[in-house]
Design a protein around this ligand. Structure first.
Ligand SMILES: C[S@@+](CC[C@H](N)C(=O)[O-])C[C@H]1O[C@@H](n2cnc3c(N)ncnc32)[C@H](O)[C@@H]1O
Length: 275
C-alpha cells in the first residue's frame, strides 16, 4: 500500500485542490480543478469548509496542517485564522507554491519540510496547538503510520484541541464509484483498486451473510486469488473505513466527536480531540 516514499515521489510537483472557497481570482483553471475535485469526492468543498470546518475554529487558534501541498486548504484556513498561526508539515518543500501566503502572513505561517521516516516532529512545540487539519493525506498513509503520527501529534496539542482529518473509506468509496457520476470521475483510480483487491471488494459488495460465506468458500477452494498485475507501491488508496478509523483514533488516545462529517460521498472526514 501507499507509503511516504510513494507520496514524496507522486506529489513532488505539488498537489492542488484548487481554490476551495470563494470566487476564483485568476482564470477558469481554478474552477476546473475544484469542479474535478468535487466530482471525485462527491461533495462541495466550499460547503464542507464554510459549514463544517470554519465554525469549529477561532481566529486566534494555532493550527497544525499535515500535507498542505500547494496550499488550497491553508488559504481557506487563513480566512478564519486571522490572528493565530498555521504550522504546516509536508514531505515536500512547499515554499515555492505558497509565496502569496508567505508574503501575506510572514509571522503567522510556519512551514516545515519533514523527512521520510520522521517520528518526533520536533519542529512542532509541545502542548501548543488548538487544532489539527489534514485533507488528502491519511488516505495515502498506512494505518500504522497514521496511528504513530497521531500518537506524536497528541503531545503537541492542547487539551480539547479540535482535530479534523479526511481519510479513505472503502465502503463509501465503493458505493460512490460503482454508480454515476462517481465512476466517471474516479475511473482509473478505482479500476486499480478493483483489480488489486478483488476479494475485498467482493466481500464489501455482498448483501447477505450467505453471500459473504459463499465468497469465502470460493476463495478457499481457489486457495488464493490471482496475483495482482500492478505493484503494491502503485496502490494509493489505503484500506480504511469508519470502524477501522474509530479503533485507530481510540488506540492513539483520542475521543471521537464525529467519525464522519458526512459532506462527501467517497471519503470520510473525522472530528476528534485528545482524550
Ligand atoms: C494529495 S496531496 C494533498 C494536498 C492538499 N492537502 C490538498 O488536499 O489539496 C498530499 C500531500 O501530503 C504530503 N504527505 C503525504 N504523506 C505525508 C507524510 N507522511 N508526512 C508529511 N506530508 C505528507 C504530500 O507530500 C502532499 O503534499
Amino acid at each position: 500500500m501507499a507509503d511516504e516514499k510513494w507520496s514524496k515521489e507522486t506529489f513532488e510537483n505539488g498537489y492542488t485542490s484548487g481554490k476551495v472557497i470563494g470566487e476564483p481570482e485568476t482564470d477558469n483553471s481554478e474552477w476546473e480543478v475544484r469542479r474535478l475535485e468535487q466530482g471525485k469526492l462527491g461533495g462541495d468543498l466550499e460547503e464542507f469548509f464554510t459549514q463544517g470546518v470554519a465554525p469549529l475554529l477561532s481566529p486566534d487558534y494555532r493550527i497544525v496542517e499535515l500535507g498542505p501541498g500547494r496550499g488550497s486548504w491553508t488559504r481557506a484556513l487563513f480566512s478564519v485564522i486571522t490572528q493565530g498561526e498555521i504550522h504546516t508539515i509536508d514531505l515536500q518543500d512547499i515554499r515555492p507554491w505558497v509565496g502569496d501566503l508567505i508574503s501575506k502572513h510572514p509571522n503567522r505561517l510556519f512551514i516545515n519540510q519533514v523527512n521520510i521516516g520522521e517520528k518526533q516532529y520536533e519542529c512542532l512545540a509541545e502542548n501548543y496547538f488548538d487544532g489539527f487539519f489534514s485533507f488528502g493525506v491519511f488516505c495515502h498513509m498506512n494505518l500504522t503510520a497514521i496511528e504513530e503520527f497521531l500518537i506524536t501529534l497528541r503531545k503537541k496539542l492542547k487539551k480539547k484541541a479540535i482535530c479534523i482529518a479526511q481519510y479513505s473509506d472503502w465502503e463509501k468509496g465503493l458505493k460512490y464509484c460503482e454508480t454515476s457520476p462517481g465512476n466517471q470521475y474516479n475511473e482509473n483510480a478505482f479500476n486499480i483498486l478493483f483489480s488489486k483487491y478483488k476479494f475485498e471488494f467482493e466481500m464489501l459488495r455482498a448483501r447477505s451473510p450467505m453471500e459473504k460465506l459463499h465468497i469465502l468458500i470460493k476463495k478457499r477452494l481457489q486457495s488464493k486469488y490471482p496475483e495482482p498485475e500492478i505493484s503494491s507501491n502503485q496502490c494509493f488508496w489505503v484500506r480504511n473505513d469508519k470502524k477501522t478509523m474509530g479503533k485507530l483514533l481510540k488506540n492513539a488516545g483520542y475521543r471521537i466527536i464525529k467519525i464522519d462529517m458526512g459532506f462527501f460521498k467517497r471519503d470520510s472526514v473525522a472530528i476528534f480531540e485528545p482524550r
